[in-house]
Ligand binder design. Structure first.
Ligand code: IMP
Length: 186
């Protein structure tokens, strides 16, 4: 019995992800060729994407991490976000690239963007692996997008269900029996 047995469908294969991340790395290297950006990423879902993305570019970049808790125990996004781990360095005057695993309602990112802008960076751009536009509740401009996906609850490549499946090397959809029927809401 392995984690693969719980996967009903693979939406994005390892090869597809690897290829697209490499392209994003090239795009970033081109657009930031004269700058030293700070990649701001949100724990924990983005760690796998971040780890691959930074190795797909040879830019002189740095990394900072935040951890946000969203929604408490509720299954629906409420936009109420708490900071569990703050940035460790100053971002004033810096060029930021926010690296996100997935943008769903957009409420988490909306909160994060307001928080970052208050610290007066020189610029803020957004790089997300997955865009799930069907449930978007805020207007967010995504500068670098890996893939647009349908309104399915996905796991793998850093994304979890109940803290499991982050180590799947692909993006997949779980068998309904794993969460007892309907797909979970985030
Ligand atoms: P948003 O605030 O609704 O955009 O939610 C963003 C966060 O919810 C992401 O960073 C993920 O941690 C989580 N999330 C949203 N959709 C999924 C999904 O399909 N699988 C796993 N986590 C998800």
């Amino acid at each position: 019995m392995t984690i693969h047995d719980d996967v009903q469908e693979v939406l994005l294969t390892e090869d597809q992800i690897r290829g697209r991340v490499a392209e994003l790395g090239v795009e970033l290297a081109h657009d930031y060729s004269d700058r030293q950006p700070v990649l701001v990423s949100v724990l924990k879902g983005s760690i796998v994407f971040l780890a691959d993305l930074i190795r797909a570019t040879e830019l002189p970049l740095s990394v900072d991490l935040m951890e946000l808790s969203s929604y408490g125990a509720a299954m629906e996004s409420s936009g109420q976000v708490r900071i569990l781990k703050d940035l460790s360095g100053s971002i004033e005057g810096r060029d930021l690239i926010v690296v996100e695993d997935i943008i769903d309602t957009g409420l988490t990112l909306n909160y994060l963007l307001r928080y970052l802008h208050e610290r007066t960076p020189a610029s803020v751009h957004i790089c997300c692996l997955l865009d799930k536009p069907a449930r978007r509740l805020t207007d967010i401009h995504i500068d670098y997008r890996g893939f647009t996906i349908p309104d399915r609850f996905v796991v793998g490549y850093g994304l979890d269900f109940d803290e499991h499946y982050r180590n799947l090397p692909y993006i997949g959809v779980l068998r309904p029996s794993v969460y007892g029927g309907a797909e979970p809401r985030t």
